[in-house]
Ligand binder design. Structure first.
Ligand SMILES: [Zn+2]
Length: 287
């Protein structure tokens, strides 16, 4: 499965349906992004496959911003095409075929965004967050909107998580640059290697969730306070219970949102679908 594409006349026509002035191939820069998928994320949430199909329609024409320069007038891109793709070889932690919403985005080339385009071309580490609203958030164990199941705990060998269903609007998407050294210190390979060992599946799922929580907390803490000692902090986090990690993550998210997104009102109540293209599981999706 690949998201790479070459600009052709048909795609240029789609781009021009959003543009007042007719753009030529030389005037636009296009790149692929994976917006979100059906894998359980660090918040213990995932989209249903049906939701991804609905979002494919909702994200057409939506603007993406680059958070390191959100105020720059030319630092934005627009989605002009979307597709839901499946990777039959990859099974999610919830036991489904991996399914993701991919998009093609374009920027109009200007003198001021040449550096940004070079960064995207160079494959800098980054994550894509999407903002959308969903009508229903249901429990993966019983399907109810409100129930007694606890997110992050395992029931019958499957980790309890929230399924985001029935999206009714998509607002925007954004690129978040990730410090390379933090990403490099995080390993999710454990759950990939031992995935067929049924006896330890529960532990592995739990470990994967913990690993995601720790990685997220560390990354966001680093952004907030670059002086923080990564190794010591990581060691401390590994001693916490999963429930406590969820709590720490909530606090870190809050602090992070206030620090980074305080001028983006659209990002409240959003779903962040995080991507790291340096990560094992996303290597094939070079953005
Ligand atoms: Zn339930």
């Amino acid at each position: 499965m690949t998201t790479e594409f070459a600009l052709n006349e048909q795609l240029l026509e789609k781009i021009n349906s959003f543009s007042r002035k007719k753009l030529t191939e030389q005037e636009v820069y296009c790149f692929p992004v994976i917006l979100c998928d059906n894998e359980i994320d660090r918040d213990g949430e995932r989209f249903s496959v049906a939701a991804l199909g609905r979002l494919a329609k909702l994200f057409i024409g939506k603007t993406g911003i680059f958070d390191h320069d959100a105020k720059g007038s030319n630092q934005s891109a627009r989605i002009f095409d979307t597709a839901v793709m499946q990777d039959e070889k990859r099974i999610t932690k919830a036991g489904e075929v991996y399914t993701c919403l991919t998009a093609k985005a374009y920027m109009v080339r200007t003198g001021s965004n040449a550096d940004l385009i070079a960064e995207i071309d160079g494959g800098i580490k980054k994550e894509v967050s999407v903002s959308c609203s969903v009508k229903r958030k249901k429990c993966s164990v019983c399907g109810a909107v409100k129930c007694r199941h606890v997110k992050g705990q395992t029931y019958g060998g499957r980790i309890c998580h929230t399924i985001l269903d029935d999206p009714d609007d998509a607002y925007e998407w954004s690129f978040v640059a990730v410090p390379a050294q933090v990403g490099a210190g995080v390993s999710k390979s454990v759950c990939m290697e031992a995935a067929d060992d049924t006896e330890s599946t529960e532990n592995i799922a739990e470990m994967a969730v913990r690993e995601q929580l720790i990685s997220d907390i560390m990354r966001k803490s680093w952004l907030g306070d670059p002086t923080v000692s990564l190794k010591g902090f990581r060691e401390y986090l590994t001693t916490l219970t999963t429930e406590k990690l969820y709590k720490v993550k909530q606090d870190t998210d809050k602090a992070h949102e206030n620090a980074v997104f305080d001028d983006s009102p659209c990002l409240t109540g959003t779903k962040a679908a995080d991507r790291k293209d340096g990560n094992d599981s996303y290597n094939s999706y070079k953005i």
